[in-house]
Structures are given as C-alpha cells and as structure tokens.
Design a protein around this ligand. Structure first.
Ligand code: GLU
Length: 489
C-alpha cells in the first residue's frame, strides 16, 4: 500500500487504431482497479502520434468500449466532446508536441542528446559494413560530438536532423518489476536512439516518459511487449533526473494453442464480446483472472469485489490462455444472479435484433425469463430459446412433417385444436396443458410417442425440444390454434 501522502495515479495509454483488444482491456482494467482501490486517479492518455493510423473514430470506439466495461476515467478526453478534462493535459499526445520539443531541447543543451544528420542510406551502409565484418555494432554517428551551435547552424541552413539520445556504455540498468521481479538490462542492448524524428515527431519511448512524468503517474501496468522499451525509458528518466514510476509488465493473453491471442481464433475485441452477448461485469471478472488471482482463489467476483481484492502482488508472470468455455460459465453465473426483469431488459434488444415477435406484456416477460434463464449462458443464447415461441418463426421442420404423416397424427391434432378452442383463458397453465393432453389421449385413443410427438410438432414445429409443459404456457391459446391449423393444412 502506498503511503497516504503519495498519490496513486495510473493511466491507460492506448494507441487508438480500432476497437479495444481484450489484452488492452485487461491492461486498462488492472490500472483502473489499482487506482480505485487506493482512492487514486485513473487517466486515459491517447498515444496518437502515428497520425495516419489514429483517427477520432477509433478513439471514440476505444472510449465506448472502456465505458461499456465501466472503466470510467478521471482525466482524459471527454467521451462525447473529446475535450480534455483534468489538470495535467492535454491528454492526447498529438496535442503535446511543443512539450516534447522543449524536453528534447533540454536534453540537447545538457549534451544528453544530439542532432544527427545521417541519411537512411548512410545508416544502412554502416549496418551492412558491420554485418560483413561480423561485428555487432550500434550506430556510430559522426555527429555525436558536434557542438550544439554547429548543428543548429546547419539546421538553420535548411538541413534536417533527428534528435538522438546519447546512451551510456558499460552500465547496467535494473528494473524492479511488479510482475517479473528484478530485470537487469546491460546498457549496450541499445545504441543511441531517436527521440524526435526529422519532421519533429517524437517517438513512443520519449513521449511515454515525458507524459508519465508530467502526468505524475505513480504506477505503470502494461503489456509484456513493452518490457524491452523500459531500458530506453529508464535512460531518459535518469538523464532528466526524474523519478521512475513503479512498473509491472503483464503476461500475454494467449489463445488455446498458447499463441498470442489473434483475430483468426474468433472474437478478440471487447466490441465483439459485447455483440456476442457477454456482460461487461463478466468480461471484467474473467479477464482480471487472466494474469492475476484472488487471494482465496475466488472465481466469481463483482466489480466492487475486484476493486477490494485487487493487489499488485498476485500477478502471474506466465502467459494465460483465453478459455471461452470458462468465460461463458462466468457470464452465465453473473447473468443468473440478476432479477428476471433485469434479464429481460438485457435480452430484449437481442431478441428484437433477431426479428422475433413476442408479447409486450411485462408479466409474460418475467414468466418467460423464469423458464429460460437456466439455459442462458450469453444474451445471444436467448434468441434460439425464444425463437420457437415467436409466431412468425413457427415452421415445421422435415422431421416434424414425417411425424405429421403418421396415420393417427391428424386425429391427435384435430382433437388438440378442438379442445383448445373450447378453452376460455388466453394462456394455458402447465397443469392445464397436461390435462388437455390426457383428454387428447382418451379421445383420440393414442399414447406414447403417437400422442406426444404430433402435439409437440403442433406447438413448436419439431418433434423434440423443451418440455411442452414449460413452453405451452408461454404461447397464447390463439397462436396455439393457428399453429395446429397450419399442421392440418
Ligand atoms: N501506446 C502503448 C500501447 O498501446 C502504451 C504503452 C505503455 O503503456 O507504455 O501499447
């Protein structure tokens, strides 16, 4: 636990180039949880210096996904207006270019960075030569020792240059990573690297450090793939005399073959999971457990329970495989814990989207949910459960036709229809249905499958499926008569 005086500030820093990936969602979640647990702040920073790929549209998509997950940010672009909210903005890197430039100038003046005029061809030639001589060598810029004034004159004359960071030789950098423990980096892993490109655009490692420092970020939880970047980032922190935040590099989210989770294996973005009928609280619950575990190994956790239980000492360093069956189970558990009214409210848009026509009666909605909810894992599952009782979807499948062709079937259905017509209530009860079925048995003199299967076809169009005692009370008597007529015609 950080000292009370030390303000906990975490950020999620997406480069918005599409919908939020499930790995990104998990990163956002961990940062959010730790901020909330400690009464700190959760900041949304947009890493959009790759102008071509980062659009406002992608930004909005990412923000929508974060909002859907309930990961509200305290500082960052406003979800609708995109206007910055918070004291330490701007929060979009594309609006912070002057800040990066001034920090780069500070490093140039201090001799910790230099202008480099090497062309791509010169850099390539140096690489080739080192390769031919079998040497592993970092870039050796002839401009390393140029005095700043000399470089500035050349720039004034119209030449373009990148700003390169001067790396130290023969040093070791040690990162105390929250997930991986002590990670040692020899400084010669990297050569003098670019801070600002020749057009003045800053690179990720540079912006990230400047922003994390100026935005007073205390902890950085991010993807494992950024671990190697930490070396360059530590070098920049050191050269500016800035304090390092605490870093934690999270394990990868893998697919069932233990490869990095990728598109070709099905849904990978939050948006797709939303369309597939997963609940945000279930997705949060599940992705939180991909790389972190509850102290008592609890598996079903609400949002508040996640915040309460979250800590930085229970991350797993090994990659975690995404298990869709487990996600479905977690989703089902969260779903069934809701009231029947709430479940109806959640499934209704999916039923409408599928074109089902169902009664508008709230009492009916509740009754139907009570019947179907034990079979619901995702909201989309409701579509197939409700389809047989939606009138426009009543159709007789080939197996149903075969049942209708049996000699005794016509008699059964005619009797069933006649008894329905003699009833008065809008809907039969389960008991009422069983009584009617007994009377069909007596009157038509059939039993067993010759009784049950034709009636089932007359109700749902197929000879197998959910128990009729459960389904019949959900279908109006009027509709049951029409269905029977369709079987007879
Ligand atoms: N923009 C980077 C990403 O999307 C963020 C890296 C970081 O958190 O430092 O991966």
């Amino acid at each position: 636990m950080p000292a009370a005086s030390e303000k906990v500030r975490l950020r999620f820093a997406p480069s918005p180039t599409g919908y939020l990936h499930i790995g990104g969602a998990r990163t956002a979640l961990y940062n959010y949880l730790y901020a909330r647990k400690n009464g700190g702040s959760f900041i949304l920073r947009i890493e959009d210096t790759d102008e071509a790929r980062s659009t406002d549209e992608s930004l909005r998509r990412v923000m929508e996904d974060l909002q859907w997950l309930g990961l509200e940010w305290d500082e960052g672009p406003h979800p609708e207006t995109l206007v910055d909210q918070g004291p330490l903005g701007p929060y979009r890197q594309s609006r912070r270019l002057a800040i990066y430039r001034s920090v780069a100038e500070e490093l140039l003046r201090a001799g910790k960075a230099y202008y480099c005029f090497m062309t791509d061809a010169e850099i390539e030639a140096q690489k080739q030569q080192a390769q031919q001589e079998g040497r592993h060598q970092h870039l050796n810029s002839p401009y390393q020792e140029w005095p700043l004034e000399r470089s500035l004159e050349r720039i004034k004359a119209g030449d373009s240059a990148v700003v390169r960071f001067r790396t130290s030789v023969g040093k070791e950098y040690v990162l105390h990573d929250l997930v991986r423990g002590e990670v040692r980096f020899p400084s010669d892993m990297v050569g003098d690297f670019v801070l600002l490109r020749s057009g003045g655009m800053p690179v990720y490692n540079f912006c990230c450090v400047v922003d994390d420092h100026l935005m007073k970020i205390s902890h950085v939880l991010r993807a494992e793939e950024h671990l190697p970047n930490s070396l360059r980032q530590m070098m920049i922190y050191e050269s500016m005399g800035w304090e390092l935040p605490r870093f934690g590099h999270l394990s990868l989210v893998l697919d069932e073959d233990r490869k990095k989770l990728s598109k070709r294996r099905g849904a990978t973005s939050c948006h797709e999971f939303k369309l597939e009928g997963f609940l945000p609280e279930a997705l949060n619950n599940y992705i939180c457990l991909l790389g972190w575990s509850h102290p008592e190994e609890k598996e079903i956790l609400t949002g508040t329970e996640l915040i309460d239980a979250f800590s930085l000492d229970r991350f797993h360093p090994a990659g975690a495989a995404f298990d869709i069956a487990k996600l479905r189970w977690i989703n089902a558990t969260h779903l069934r814990a809701k009231s029947d009214d709430e479940i109806w409210r959640l499934i209704d848009p999916f039923l409408k989207e599928a074109g089902l026509k169902l009664p508008e009666d709230p009492a009916w909605h509740k009754r139907s949910v009570a019947v179907f909810k034990t079979n619901l894992e995702t909201l989309v599952d409701a579509v197939e459960l409700y389809r047989p009782i939606s009138d426009p979807h009543f159709a007789i499948v080939p197996e149903g036709q075969e049942t209708l062709a049996w000699e005794s079937s016509r008699k059964v259905i005619e009797t069933w229809k006649g008894l329905l017509q003699a009833e008065t209530s809008d809907h039969l009860t389960g008991e009422g249905f069983l009584k009617l079925q007994d009377r069909v048995k007596e009157m038509a003199q059939v039993k067993g499958k010759f009784l049950f299967m034709p009636i089932r076809v007359a109700v749902i169009g197929k000879p197998h499926g959910t128990e009729l005692k459960i389904l019949v009370p959900l279908i109006s008597r009027h509709s049951l008569i029409q269905r029977a007529e369709k079987c007879l015609s």
